[in-house]
Design a protein around this ligand. Structure first.
Ligand code: IMP
Ligand code: MG
Length: 174
């Protein structure tokens, strides 16, 4: 059985929401020294759009986490394959993630970054996929709430496919 892609969130809707998030973040962090930590690979496009919509420059760093195998199911175990390089101690840190599903990945990353003793730590997540949440994670900025489904595009992939599409699609069984 194959899959098809159905467009769920258009370029215009993404752009509008990113601008709104950037405005809120810009207000909340005005006059502060913000470090944004993007979660590779999925958040790279969202992060790139978000930082360019902010009213001030920020420091950007990345972590790379692996939680899923080649398909659409969680492998259940999370590994850091690339850690932050900036010192986070006493700094305001904002995690930028593509999507939260079970919550295991962001919970793990949050605990990890808290061990660096930042001044503050918040989370900005493009998509809050709510149906399968296992661990509650405090989300400070959310782009879109989606009940269920496997999403691709705008940085999100399925086995490395469809990551560079400019819209967000949901995979559907044919
Ligand atoms: P969690 O630990 O289940 O919250 O997993 C979140 C991670 O799984 C995200 O960082 C994504 O890399 C990946 N993921 C979860 N749902 C999707 C999806 O619908 N499309 C693409 N990747 C997803
Ligand atoms: Mg991810």
């Amino acid at each position: 059985m194959g899959t098809t892609k159905r467009c769920l969130i258009s370029r215009a809707e993404i752009a509008r929401r990113v601008a709104e998030l950037a405005e809120r973040i810009g207000r909340d962090y005005a006059g502060r020294d913000l470090v944004m930590v993007g979660v590779l690979k999925g958040a790279f496009i969202f992060l790139a759009d978000l930082v360019r919509a902010l009213p001030f420059p920020v420091i950007v760093d990345f972590v790379r986490l692996k939680s899923y195998g080649a398909g659409t199911e969680s492998a259940g175990e999370i590994h850091i394959t690339k850690d932050v390089e900036e010192s986070l101690k006493d700094r305001d840190v904002l995690i930028v993630e593509d999507i939260i599903d079970l919550g295991l990945t962001l919970d793990f990353l949050r605990q990890h970054l808290l061990s660096h003793r930042p001044r503050s730590l918040k989370i900005c997540c493009l998509i809050d996929k709510q149906e399968r949440r296992e661990v509650e994670v405090p989300l400070d900025y959310v782009g879109f709430v989606v009940e269920q489904g496997f999403l691709v595009g705008y940085g999100l992939d399925c086995g490395e496919q469809s990551r560079t599409l400019p819209e967000i699609f949901v995979l559907e069984k044919k």
